[in-house]
Design a protein around this ligand. Sequence first.
Ligand code: ADP
Ligand code: MG
Length: 728
Amino acid sequence: MSRLRFDVVQDAFKKKAVAVDIPAEKVSEYFGELVFNRDKMQKYLDEKTFGRLVNCIDNGEALDRKTADLVAAGMKTWALEHGVTHVTHWFQPLTEGTAEKHDSFMEYDGKGGMIESFDGKSLVQQEPDASSFPNGGIRATFEARGYTAWDPTSPVFIQDDTLCIPTVFISYTGEALDYKTPLKKSIKAVTEAALPICKLFNPKVKKVFSYLGWEQEYFLVDEDLFAARPDLMLAGRTLMGHAASKNQQLDDHYFGAIPSRVAAFMRDIEIAGYKLGIPLKTRHNEAAPNQFELAPIYGEANLANDQNQMMMNVMNTIARKHGFVVLFHEKPFEGINGSGKHNNWSLGTDTGTPLLAPGKDANGNLQFITFFVNVLAAVQKHNALLKASVGSATNEHRLGGGEAPPAIVSAFLGKTMTDVLRKLLTVPSDTPIEIVGKKGASVGLVEIPEIFLDNTDRNRTSPFAFTGNRFEFRAVGASANCAGAMTTLNSAVAEQLLDFKQAVDREMASGKAMNIAVMDCLKPIIRDVLDVVCFDGNGYCEKWKIEAERRGLDTETNVPKLFKAFTEKKSVDMFTRLGVFSEVELQARNEVKWGTYSKKVQIEARVVGRMSINHIIPVALEYQTKLLKNIDLMRASFPEEYKDMAATQIGIVREISALVTDVRTKVDAMIGERIKANAIADEYNKALAYYEIGRSLLEIRKSLDQLEEIVDDDRWPLPKYREILFIN
Ligand code: ADP
Ligand code: MG
């Protein structure tokens, strides 16, 4: 085995970059080639059908069956030109990743031959046997029917030989069984709640959009080394492994030159992404060795999230071509940074006005402050829920793990905006908010320096940071579907905006001018958020935890407990009022989350147990035997002095015995705890039991990693951190 490890490491090191087929055309020429976008609609649909489809996409008008047939026919023609043979509804169940069930276009033509067929009915709705997807008890298995329904706002795309139709996934009784359905509902809620407020400032606004720009962090490991680690294979992360002598302390990876094998991989995924119409913009090395990041230009949130899921699939597939495996796990390696997926979130109007950036004049600035402050209020009110929305068995190792984000949801404003808010509290409500620099001399009492527009303070320790024209929700995990976080954030903001508008209406009804009414309503909120949720200090320091508790922010770190926030009254009230989730859905989803949590820890626990007993203890004992033989020979040759001469060997023999005993005892105890946990019927209590088992794995790991430090390197069966993390 040890020889094998050496060979694998050598081979991995020698691998060269794989050549990439770079299209001859410019990116702008093949961008979106595999997407049935508006250009294709226009080309493949007659004018009337095109008009109806656009009306359906933009205004939510229902499609009649005949139009759906015509749309399907146009899609089929386009797909056949690309060699497509199959079609699938593509959806996002409550597992990780996406689901698809391919059906070929083949049908009998009734004349003894075959024909390619695809009609409106198969485009619009399908009924996959859904009993094997997580549903939290919503559907008993005998009632296995769920259905998928086309989401026309996400364009149809081609993946290999398959036409993929983005769909929602719903139970027969109407409950959402996926991520997309509630995300769409929350987008509707927040954009509709924002609209009347925008109209106060500009009556011409007809529509508000919710935007998402995701930054996907990931690790790459060589596939041969990956295959030599059962923990990476089964749990997606290393469950043991001593830190390498060098890791990220020299800060030499971040923004460093991209290794050639990785650069080829990045080029390849970008080409695939561009063909799928994904506007990829940024690629760079991240802080940890072997860690990288990919980010597109932000877009409408539902589409942007689909694109993130598409990209994750593309990355998984293309990595193998380059001899890599992608790790989306939030904490694949101990002692170095984990991976997040910052969700850059904002709102904007159909008139092109961003709602979270300073405006052109005092009116625009007041609008900005209005949305800015209301977002803060929403984050404050639902800080526990927002944390719950990013909680998972995998992100748990990153939340509060001494890297962004800490396990307390506060908001970072930066000095500029904090000063603006403080100032607003001291001036009359009709004071115009000016941007200094635009008009030369300062005119107003409340000023936003123009430089601020490009100068966004960076505080990497904040889970929710204002970065100039958007908020960056940094607590989202790399493996997560962004919808979990975005649905919660959109809903919290929607609720806040509805309440705020009512308050403003009351003030205006009493005769106040709009700007005064708005500012009078904002002031108490500003006072409150500055005292509670706004925090620009170091989110990692212990003192913050005490201070946060004093401020009434949620400091819970136990993930199964966090999920309870979803069924608390204030969350249920909010979600049901907005029509995003029913109470049944919230309960069912928590059941799914607890179930997934327990299963993930259970898998890790099994892997740790087996690796301890089958991999580590045997090599430790083998090495111990070698030492004992040496001691024996010493005694034979130097009967008088051997105890002194073999003192080191004897010491290591004792150490190995102690560590092996410790590992075995703890593994046995852990297995006992698993048996007890498995007997618990209630998903919540079972998850709590597995939470404790998760802690015990860390204890076992300590001894395993100590063994790695003393056992003969030649015999060690697993590729070590230094071997996995530095070869590209
Ligand atoms: P960072 O410096 O935070 O790492 P990146 O360039 O990696 O920044 O990513 C920033 C992301 O934020 C990109 O996806 C970008 O398109 C997105 N973004 C920029 N402006 C907005 C906005 N107004 N709303 C939402 N997302 C935005
Ligand atoms: Mg970034």
